[in-house]
Design a protein around this ligand. Structure first.
Ligand code: HEM
Length: 144
C-alpha cells in the first residue's frame, strides 16, 4: 500500500518522533512508529536514526534474514533516486541463481609443448644421422 510513493530525505526527516517515526533502509522509506516498542534492539537506536537513511546502521548490526524480510512490512514508499525490489523471499532465489560457474581452463603451457617436441626431435635427428652415415658407408655399396 503506497509502496511506490517517492519521498525525498527532507520529507522523511519530518517524521522523527516516537509518535511518528520514519527512516530509510536500502532505499525503502519505512514507517516504524508501530514497531518502536517491538524492536528487539530497543526504540532508542531507532529514534537516533529516525528521519535519516539508516542503511549503514541496519547493516552494521548484522540483522537476520527475518529482520530483512520485515522491512517491506513497514514500507510506505521509496527514497528518491532508488528503485527497490521486494526483498521478501526473492533474495534467496537470486542468490541461488548466482552460483558461480567455474571455468575449465585447458592448460596451455606452450613451453612444455615445445619441450616435448624437442625431446622427440633430437633423438630422431641423432638416429637419422647415425643410420644415414651407416647407410652411405655400408660395406656392400662399394659398387658406387
Ligand atoms: C528498519 C527496520 C528494522 C527492523 C525491521 C529491525 C528488526 C530487528 C530484529 C528482528 C532484531 C532481532 C535480531 C535479528 O533478527 O536480527 C533486531 C535487533 C537489533 N536491531 Fe534492529 N531492526 C531495524 C532497524 C534497526 C536500526 C536502524 C538499528 C540501529 C540503528 C537497529 C539496531 C538493532 C540492534 C542493536 C539489535 C539488537 C542486536 C542484538 O541484540 O544482537 N535496528 N532488529
Amino acid at each position: 500500500m503506497g509502496q511506490d510513493k517517492v519521498y525525498t530525505l527532507s520529507q522523511v526527516a519530518q517524521h522523527k518522533s516516537t509518535k511518528d517515526c520514519w527512516l530509510v533502509v536500502y532505499g525503502r522509506v519505512l514507517n516504524l512508529t508501530k514497531f518502536l516498542e517491538e524492536h528487539p534492539g530497543g526504540e532508542e537506536v531507532l529514534l537516533e536514526v529516525a528521519g535519516k537513511d539508516a542503511s549503514k546502521e541496519f547493516d552494521t548490526i548484522g540483522h537476520s534474514e527475518g529482520a530483512k524480510k520485515m522491512l517491506s512490512k513497514f514500507q510506505v514508499g521509496v527514497l528518491q533516486g532508488h528503485s527497490v525490489q521486494d526483498l521478501g523471499g526473492k533474495d534467496d532465489a537470486t542468490n541461488e541463481s548466482k552460483k558461480e560457474m567455474s571455468a575449465f581452463v585447458i592448460k596451455d603451457d606452450s613451453s612444455s609443448t615445445f619441450k616435448s617436441l624437442f625431446d622427440f626431435f633430437v633423438p630422431f635427428m641423432a638416429a637419422s644421422l647415425y643410420f644415414g652415415y651407416r647407410y652411405v658407408t655400408r660395406s656392400d655399396n662399394i659398387g658406387y
